[in-house]
Design a protein around this ligand. Structure first.
Ligand code: GLN
Length: 309
């Protein structure tokens, strides 16, 4: 029998490609030059088969989609208690770059910038140099993807030149004694983490690795322990789509994370990993076509987590 997945992906891409709603991000100068019409979808199954459609080999910076993976590495390296002392797990309902702290000074969760910067600083051992931490982050995310990921130095420089807001967030966490290390180091490392280049096929494999309890289905490597994935997917489900997280959970029903370069990653435990890319963003910072493609795939394939089979 003919495999229905490639046709389904093509169909979803065609159904979601029309229209030019949404805007390119304008806060990172280098990203404002992206081709707004690009569109790609990829899906990875639990046996490691990857299907793609559209611009599925076009590379873009991972941006905030790196956050759940850095969180996974921090949990694996420091343990759950130690990470929870620095960063919470409650949805903020605020924009991704908001000042969002709990009463006790902890950033609310690791999916918004303020929590992601604190989380980045927890990857590796305490007191590790920034350079060694950068290597740990790059190698860790590469293990999730199953290939060596590289940094887009132009995007890194561009974002570094506009980093006052992220620096302000880092200083706030530092003032609350919730930052392990120096604000400048944490922000530079975090921005390098966001500038790693991926395509949608990488996102699909990274998502499937999380959904498979930490075992990369392509390379067979156990990247992080299974309990780490349970924690990360829970936080993605409640906080991954920023202030649209509740709406997303009710319509799409897949733990997910978006990035401002236009990527979206969805990870359905035990079942499937999905990546989409299209640079035009809605007012919250989520890819317009990416959201549409996920809504459609979830409906067509019956992927909603709360859907009784
Ligand atoms: N690097 C971006 C920032 O720090 C990531 C934001 C995002 O993808 N939402 O602003």
């Amino acid at each position: 029998m003919r495999n229905p997945v490639p046709d389904l992906l093509d169909e979803v891409r065609r159904a979601c490609v029309d229209g030019d709603e949404g805007e390119l991000l304008d806060t990172i100068p280098e990203l404002a030059d992206a081709d707004p019409d690009r569109f790609a979808i990829a899906l990875c199954t639990i046996d490691g088969t990857v299907y793609g459609t559209g611009d599925d080999e076009h590379r873009f910076t991972i941006q905030s989609i790196s956050k759940p993976f850095a969180y996974a590495l921090a949990l694996a390296d420091r343990g759950r208690e130690s990470v929870l002392e620095h960063v919470g797990v409650e949805p903020s309902g605020d924009a991704f770059n908001e000042i969002s702290l709990e009463q006790n000074g902890r950033p609310r969760n690791p999916m918004i910038n303020i929590g992601a910067i604190a989380t980045h600083a927890l990857v590796g051992e305490a007191g590790m140099s920034r350079e060694r931490r950068d290597v740990r982050v790059r190698e860790g995310l590469s293990a999730f993807a199953g290939r060596d990921l590289e940094v887009d130095e132009a995007v890194f420089d561009s974002e570094r030149s506009e980093s006052s807001r992220n620096l302000a967030l880092a200083y706030l966490v530092h003032a609350q004694e919730k930052l392990d290390g120096e604000p400048h180091d944490a922000v530079e490392g975090y921005i390098r983490q966001c500038a790693l280049l991926v395509d949608v096929r990488d996102l699909a494999v990274m998502a499937m690795t999380l959904a498979a309890g930490g075992r990369n289905p392509v390379t067979g490597q156990q990247v992080v322990p299974t309990w780490v994935c349970t924690q990360v997917l829970s936080v993605m489900a409640t906080c991954g789509m920023y202030d649209a997280a509740g709406d997303w959970m009710s319509t799409v029903g897949i733990p997910a994370k978006s990035g401002v370069a236009g990527g979206v990653l969805g990870s359905l435990p035990g079942q499937v990993g999905i990546g989409t890319f299209s640079p035009r963003l809605d007012e919250i910072g989520n890819s317009v076509r990416g959201v549409r493609a996920f809504e459609r795939l979830s409906a067509e394939l019956g992927l909603h987590l709360m859907h009784a089979p």
